[in-house]
Write a protein that binds this ligand. Structure first.
Ligand code: ZN
Length: 505
């Protein structure tokens, strides 16, 4: 047996690993910067050239991740008995990334990239014609390519697992089906009960865009936005992007008819805080970022919905809102009426316009259709009819046409099957975390009513953000809540909130 203590060898290997990961992370950040610019300041004529830049950066990163030298280094480190726990977790996480990248042949990666460009053209054409027909063949080929991708992971229990794992590394299709069934069984009757009550009056507006921008920045700063490390810019589709841990970009879009832009900023700052509060020791490792899209979405939904639609939060901010827009735009100066207006629940056919309660049903609809497409039990030609039938079943609505039905989201144009579940997982995880937060921060409501988010932000740093990708999503959730993914806290919280707002039994 060799001596268990051989510090010099792992130290040298770790230094080499850190150098390799540093370069890999730099490539990812360069791509992030090019992508952020594409969606904010790039003139439209730059699109073709930018596509080439992004493709090259993606190829370089893929080559480095699948490099045999990296595999040898990781193998050696995994057999080193005296690695510190953090180093061992970095090695394990990078090994999983490299394994996944090696399993998919370069030829298939190229086919998917090329087809994605063609499919987007077909999707835009179909949208313009308000007819699924022109997109059908393109989507069918996307599904074939994804079935081929699933074939690269023959050990998976379900062909959809391989798609899910691109976004939720350790969640199975079976688990999502169980949790979504629980979610659907709780949401459908709750939404029907609410729909039987009169809808609260909507906020009359208008809300001038320049004042929304000022207020959004004030709220962002109260959440933790620091001028030294963050930017807030405009984009057609709001998003958050980190360029390392010290440079966080969030974007917004405002509409003077509604306050949705304000809620979207709270949402994106929630994403940004996750990146910003990662342990600096994980910088330039590829592990210093959010662990999955679902956990990321839990952070944004927590700020947007659990904080941002609460009485405590608006106890502090409602007077400021009145000052900015006047009581007439807000339909009066009554805080309870305002809270009812921002917590309205009404089924609508469009996912991105959905409220906090009906939103997850839109996700379940897409998830069930994607699983059926991957299993081969639903033909792409039958997708519009299946979409319309499920909309009736889950939301009680008729779909007027494909544009507001099966063609409403761009995700399938990109072939991004497996992505939609992460939105509902975000709602579910946020509620699971919130249960623990409320127990551990008994003065949270008083803090928020004073406009003070420090304790909440620090709790999130300590329990969620600082870990980056050191734990898998399920490990992280189990460590914090003692539970696996579970929709019950989300359902309980919705029932408590809407029960009070709508006077339900
Ligand atoms: Zn989000």
């Amino acid at each position: 047996m060799p001596s268990p203590k051989k510090p010099s060898k792992p130290t040298a290997s770790l230094t080499t690993l850190r150098e390799r990961l540093g370069e890999l992370d730099d490539l990812t950040q360069a791509a992030s910067l090019a992508g952020w610019d594409e969606q904010t300041y790039m003139p439209p004529g730059g699109a073709a050239g930018r596509g080439e830049v992004l493709a090259t950066l993606g190829r370089l990163a893929h080559a480095r991740l699948t490099d045999p030298g990296l595999a040898t280094l990781l193998d050696g480190l995994q057999q080193t008995p005296d690695l510190q726990e953090t180093d061992a977790r970095i090695v394990a996480a990078v090994d999983r990334d490299a394994d996944r990248a090696r399993r998919v042949p370069d030829r298939l990666v190229g086919d998917i990239a090329r087809h994605t460009a063609a499919a987007q053209v077909a999707w835009h054409e179909a949208r313009a014609a308000d007819d699924f027909g022109p997109f059908q063949a393109a989507l069918a080929h996307h599904v074939e390519l994804r079935q081929e991708l699933a074939g690269c992971f023959p050990e998976a229990a379900h062909p959809y697992d391989a798609l899910l794992h691109a976004f939720e590394p350790d969640l199975t299709t079976e688990r999502v089906q169980t949790v979504f069934a629980q979610l659907r069984d709780g949401l459908v009757p709750l939404i029907q009960e609410i729909a039987a009550r009169p809808a609260p009056p909507t906020l009359p507006g208008p809300f001038p865009v320049d004042r929304q921008r000022d207020l959004a920045l004030e709220i962002a700063r109260a959440q933790g936005f620091e001028d030294e490390h963050w930017r807030l810019d405009l984009a057609v589709h709001p998003f958050a992007q980190s360029l390392g841990l010290a440079d966080i970009r969030v974007t917004a879009r405002y509409d003077e008819r509604t306050l949705t832009g304000l809620f979207a900023v709270m949402h994106e700052v929630g994403h940004g805080l996750y990146e910003r509060q990662t342990d600096p020791a994980l910088a330039r490792t590829t592990v210093g970022t959010g662990v999955s899209l679902g956990i990321h979405e839990s952070q944004s939904r927590l700020w947007e919905n659990l904080v941002g639609r609460s009485e405590a939060f608006w106890t502090h901010w409602h007077p400021r809102l009145l000052e900015a827009f006047g009581a007439r735009a807000l339909g009066g100066d009554d805080l309870p009426a305002f809270l009812r207006a921002i917590n309205t629940v009404r089924p609508s056919p469009i996912r991105v316009e959905a409220d906090e309660a009906t939103y997850s049903l839109h996700v379940i609809l897409r998830f069930e259709l994607e699983v059926a497409l991957m299993e081969g039990t639903l033909a792409v030609a039958d997708l519009p009819a299946a979409w319309n039938a499920k909309t009736k079943e889950l939301l009680g609505l008729d779909v007027a046409s494909d544009k507001v039905g099966v063609l409403q989201d761009i995700h399938w144009a990109y072939g991004e099957l497996g992505y939609f579940p992460t939105y509902a997982i975000g709602n579910i995880v946020a509620a699971q975390l919130w249960t623990v937060i409320r127990r551990e921060l008994p003065t949270l409501d008083e803090d928020l009513a004073r406009g003070d988010t420090t304790a909440l932000r620090e709790w999130l740093r300590e329990h969620v953000h600082r870990h980056g990708r050191l734990f898998t999503p399920s490990e992280l959730l189990m460590n914090i809540t003692g539970s696996e993914l579970d929709a019950q806290p989300f359902l309980d919280q919705l029932r408590a909130k809407y029960g009070a707002l709508y006077g339900l039994g």
